[in-house]
Design a protein. Sequence first.
Length: 406
Amino acid sequence: MPRLTGNRLPKYRKHASGQALITLDGQDVYLGPHGTKASRLEYDRVVGEWIANGRTLVDAAANLTINEIAVRYLAYAKGYYKKNGKQTDTVTCIKIALRHLCRTYGRTPARSFGPLALAAIRDHLIEIGNSRVYINDNVDRIRRMFKWAVSQELIPVAVHQALATLPGLRRGRSAARETAPVMPVADDVFEVTLRYLRPTVADMARLQRLTGCRPAEICMLRPCDMDRSGDVWAYRHESHKTEHHDRQRVIFFGPRAQAILQPYLNRSAESYCFSPIEAEASRSEDRRANRVSPITPSQAARKRRSRPKRPAGQRYTEDAYRRAIHRACDMADRQAHQDAPRASAEERLVARWSPNRLRHSAGTEIRQRFGLEAAQVTLGHASCGVTEIYAERDLRKAAEVMRIVG
């Protein structure tokens, strides 16, 4: 029989015995008496399972290796983990986890992979210095691949059930490295860093500190997303972290945030408020205004390159936003060492911080002033347990209680 290509389906045929049959993957599959309704229904069932299984017979998939399973799962993940037509960072995380799996057990039959093999991968991740939380996340990603393979009838359900019995690493009960908790940015460090940021990025950081929004939400802010009908503006983010859970994300801007944002709203409704193109143009103007030597005729006649190696984008990405803050922290630290020459060169006087820590700062302040529930709804969390991570407990309240009670 010729090889099936494209969207062609296997032909419903009559065998010399009077049975209906089709040929899939070089194997004849008998469907029952030819021409009967039952054989037609059996044809639909077999072909439907064959297509859902990647045009492979379920029985033929019994001896698939982990490499073959990983290739199919990665193809599924690239189509599933998408937002606004682009793959999310989840796909990259899955690739990293599968790389550790396939490097050691790639040629192992998937049905033979068990908890001891998964524990061996986990031990390897501990040896190379990965943190406990990172290791647990990668182990869970590997387990999810086997769960998906079970749903596609590629491996027996017992394989995933066995892998589920391997517990995650607990704090203090393994040799895995522990990471320090993410803490709020100290106000003095925040203010010092702002001096070394471009005005656009500094305003982004100020808005994030006031509203507690995520870095991606501040980077993607557009005038059309802002409802300015009331005294408190409402920003409904078009694409947010939890939209696949059918939850709405609304970020409110009070008077202080409105005063910062107002100059950035004078543009087309669909354009982004914080544009690297505008920031780069402003930086060039400042350099020309602060120029000491006069511009020579050759410099005036020199045309600007039409295609720079790294053209500025229409909006800041989270990575670009973070890198800008890190550079400002480094500049502030160098200046602090010049002002304090006796300080050790290895000691950082201005520690680096990332934009997401501003979310912790806002959550902690809101919790101290208005309570845990207020912090939860402001940060957009589904449960108070998540807010507990972002909003540090106010230990001063406990000390005050003990001062009176204890």
